[in-house]
Design a protein around this ligand. Structure first.
Ligand code: ADP
Ligand code: MG
Length: 800
């Protein structure tokens, strides 16, 4: 290109010479060198060497001819930059950077930059969060609460003094009139609204005593087809906080995306399987991507704002489908790996039960059976056991460990804290040691010679079951034949850590994850879709359900009376304050104040405190002391360890219960009533919740809170409670913020019932594809998308 420019410049210069000079000038060689490697017609290249010898007229004509040719080459090249004759894959869209585009104005590029859309893919997939109705409507048509834009003529404008209202403007179209109100009387209003002026105003219309009103309407003086007379997308402008926004930023963004859609959307290659789109009547990508940003005027705006149009559903489906594909693919890949076969006799469960001080529940037996079925296969098990606190998951893990040890293979049991590891160790020892199984505890506090010795015995296989904390995944721990990995409380244990442990064995170990958070099926499918699930939905016989009471703040005296009775009998109590994430200081303060308060209320009892700011060892120490009855009341923020057994505790007080998720409280109350004593749980809520509020929103809140908390009084079924939680508060509480943020959905939202229904179909289709075409050979684009988005998270590439 550069050479062509140089050649052109030489030619242009020569053409300016007079005839005499032109005839003498020698340029053949220079042009030949410059154009040697350029794509120009060969006949010209061949003729260039004769230029020098031509007469002035002929030379001039020939040079003009070459110049012409060179100019057209440049033009073609330029057009090639923006016109595609082929389809573009999503990945190719990613390579076109916004900053290099000529079709966008700098201010539009800035708006895209603000929201992090640095390439076309990101810009086109920056979906609206909602839509505004800016269709031009007749005043007569519009109903109460409806929005629109109106082509009106100003009838009159006057200052008024009616409460907040300072200016009233009467507007008219050929069907009716509309009063606009303003809370200020700035002079510019009187310039905009002069009698007889025609303009466009937009906003939400309300009807009062038969009159139509519009409050502080927006005024448009141009008919801009991108932002007026249509349903307009509203984008979130959060993003790079160093880039300032103005009231016009959103319009720049709208225009930018509109232009990009116009120029590029038609080239986007469909990546979703056609048969799926047809089956679910979902629009193809080109239509969907256009309509999700700029819906047709005939679209129902309520459907749009509920994320229920076909265009939105297509992207929701797509996103959930991709996640399910990742999980099914991972599942498939794991099945290609080899694992040790753990074989057990028919009567294994019966024989194991004989060694226990109690009978297994049916749910426990079923879970054990499912695990034994899995681990007898030469492919790795990947299973999660879900069950309420106290449902007896430890025994299930123990059975699997016992089976593995009988096969002369090793087991690693990972607990999130030292105290839990110790507790498991003692439980395992009590039951399995008499059966000849060697069990060891490996935690951070075991050091020196003791540790060296332990590591040696793990390495040579003397030890069958190692129970530990993070110390277990440290580099210097080596196993002889690690074949089963058990992880207690999954959310504290990342994929990374599990991976390291997996690498410590020759073949892929079977893995068993245990979690005390029952979650609804749809959520389990989403977040743990790569795992098989066993559910323990039954508590051991004879266990009395915890009695739960709702108490108002002003009934605190009653609480103390009941607490005192229990404490005097020698029982212990937990008091839990909410953790308010944004302000760790405040919750520390409320727990601290609560601590003092309880000390004053129970002067003859020992009250201790536990909070999130403490080091793990410090927390473990306090828990340990409490467990050993060195204190009567434990005040804490929600950090008390799920899973720690304090058989002597019979009371759980939840302060400010309205701030908690139901499942959270359910887990907390599962801490008590596990021994021989009946458990009591008290949910404390503010006294103002007692009386109906005059404020509508507050009253709604109050009712919902009471309705929600009453679920806990009525039921002790963790799964039912989880369903209610999902209904009332969304999925965040259930899977934890870390989990729910884990997949970074851009449009799917499992808090919407429709999306939860979609996930089932997405799963079905993902399963089918992976069964038929596990490597996604027929869908290279899908495969690419999958690896780009989930490759790291699911370790897809390492197994591929
Ligand atoms: P979680 O599911 O919360 O981990 P655990 O496994 O710690 O529950 O069990 C809670 C308590 O119930 C333990 O003390 C355990 O010994 C006891 N337990 C477990 N299974 C049974 C059963 N089938 N019958 C009676 N008690 C049981
Ligand atoms: Mg447990």
């Amino acid at each position: 290109m550069e050479n062509i420019e140089k050649a052109k410049n030489i030619i242009k210069k020569v053409l300016q010479y007079d005839d005499n000079t032109i005839e003498k000038v020698k340029i053949s060689e220079a042009l030949e060198t410059l154009l040697k490697n350029e794509e120009i017609p060969k006949t010209i290249k061949d003729d260039i060497k004769y230029i020098d010898g031509l007469s002035s007229a002929k030379k001039r004509a020939f040079l003009k001819y070459i110049l012409n040719i060179l100019e057209t080459i440049k033009k073609e090249e330029k057009e090639k930059e923006t016109i595609f004759f082929e389809k573009l894959s999503i990945n190719e869209l990613e390579k076109i950077l916004i900053e290099n585009l000529k079709i966008l104005k700098p201010i539009e590029k800035k708006a895209l930059k603000k929201v992090g859309a640095t390439n076309i893919r990101k810009a086109l997939y920056y979906f609206p969060v909602r839509y505004e109705d800016k269709r031009i409507k007749k005043i007569k048509q519009v109903k109460e609460g409806e929005s629109g834009v109106f082509k009106v003529e100003v009838e009159s404008i006057k200052k008024v003094n009616r409460g907040r209202i300072k200016v009233e403007v009467l507007l008219k179209d050929d069907t009716g009139s509309l009063k606009a109100y303003f809370v200020h009387d700035k002079p510019f209003l009187f310039n905009i609204f002069t009698k007889g002026k025609k303009l466009l105003v937009g906003g939400k219309v309300s009807i009062f005593r038969g009159e139509k009103n519009i409050f502080q309407p927006e005024v448009y003086n141009i008919e801009d087809s991108i932002i007026i007379d249509r349903i307009v997308p509203v984008y979130s402008l959060r993003g790079d906080s160093s880039i300032k926004t103005s009231s016009q930023t959103i319009n720049h963004l709208r225009r930018a995306i509109f232009k990009l859609l116009k120029r590029y959307s038609k080239y986007i290659d469909e990546y979703m399987p056609k048969y799926i789109l047809e089956k679910y009547k979902l629009p193809e990508i080109v239509e969907a991507i256009r309509r999700i940003h700029f819906p047709l005027s005939s679209e129902n705006i309520d459907l749009l704002n509920d994320y229920e149009t076909r265009y939105q559903i297509r992207f929701i489906f797509e996103e959930l489908f991709l996640l399910q594909l990742a999980q099914e693919y991972r599942r498939y890949m794991l099945m290609q790996e080899q694992a040790e076969q753990i074989i057990t006799n028919e009567d294994f469960i019966e024989k194991f039960e004989e060694k226990l001080p109690f009978e297994l529940t049916n749910a426990q037996k079923k879970a054990i059976k499912e695990i034994l079925e899995d681990i007898k296969k030469p492919i790795p098990m990947n299973r999660m056991v879900q069950g309420d606190v106290g449902s007896g998951k430890t025994i299930v893990a123990m059975a699997a460990s016992y089976a593995t040890a009988l096969n002369k293979k090793q087991v690693a049991v990972m607990a999130p804290t030292e105290i839990l590891a110790k507790q498991h160790f003692n439980n395992f020892k009590n039951i399995l040691e008499p059966l000849g199984i060697k069990i060891a505890l490996l935690t951070g506090s075991i050091t020196g010679k003791e540790k060296k010795n332990l590591l040696k015995h793990i390495k040579n296989g003397d030890i069958d079951i190692v129970i530990g904390t993070h110390a277990l995944i440290q580099d210097n721990v080596e196993f002889k034949n690690l074949s089963l990995v058990i992880v207690d409380e999954q959310h504290r244990f990342g994929v990374e850590q599990r991976k390291i442990l997996t690498e410590k064995s020759h073949k892929s170990p079977h893995t068993l994850v245990m979690t005390a958070t029952p979650i609804p099926r749809t959520l389990a499918m989403t977040y743990y879709g790569d795992l098989d699930v066993s559910i323990i939905n039954e508590l051991p016989k004879g266990r009395k359900p915890v009695k739960t009471f709702l108490l108002y703040e002003d009934e605190r005296k009653n609480l103390y009376k009941m607490m005192k009775e229990e404490l005097d009998k020698g029982r212990q109590a937990f008091v839990v304050y909410p953790l308010i994430e944004e302000s760790e200081k405040t919750d520390l303060k409320s727990a601290e104040e609560g601590f003092k308060h309880y000390q004053e209320a129970f002067p003859d009892k020992k009250v201790v405190m536990l909070h999130g700011k403490m080091k793990q060892e410090e927390k473990d120490k306090i828990m340990e002391d409490f467990k050993n009855k060195k204190a009567d009341i434990l005040v804490s923020t929600t950090v008390i360890e799920v899973g720690v057994d304090v058989p002597n505790a019979s009371i759980m007080v939840i302060e400010e219960a309205h701030r908690f998720g139901l499942s959270q409280i359910h887990q907390l109350r599962g801490r008590i009533g596990r021994g021989q004593y009946e458990g009591y749980c008290f949910l404390i809520i503010p006294s103002e919740f007692r009386k109906p509020s005059e404020d509508k929103t507050k009253e709604n809140q109050r009712r919902r809170t009471l309705e929600r908390l009453k679920v806990l009084v009525k039921t002790t079924d963790g799964f039912k409670i989880a369903e209610k939680d999902l209904e009332f508060r969304g999925s965040g509480d259930l899977v934890g913020t870390a989990q729910s943020g884990r997949f970074n959905f851009s449009i799917a939202d499992l808090d919407r019932p429709l999306d939860r229904r979609i996930i089932k179909f997405a799963k079905e289709e993902a399963k089918k594809i992976i069964e038929e075409d596990p490597q996604l050979k027929d869908y290279p684009q899908l495969r690419q998308l999958l690896f780009d988005k989930y490759g790291d998270r699911f370790e897809l590439s390492t197994v591929a």
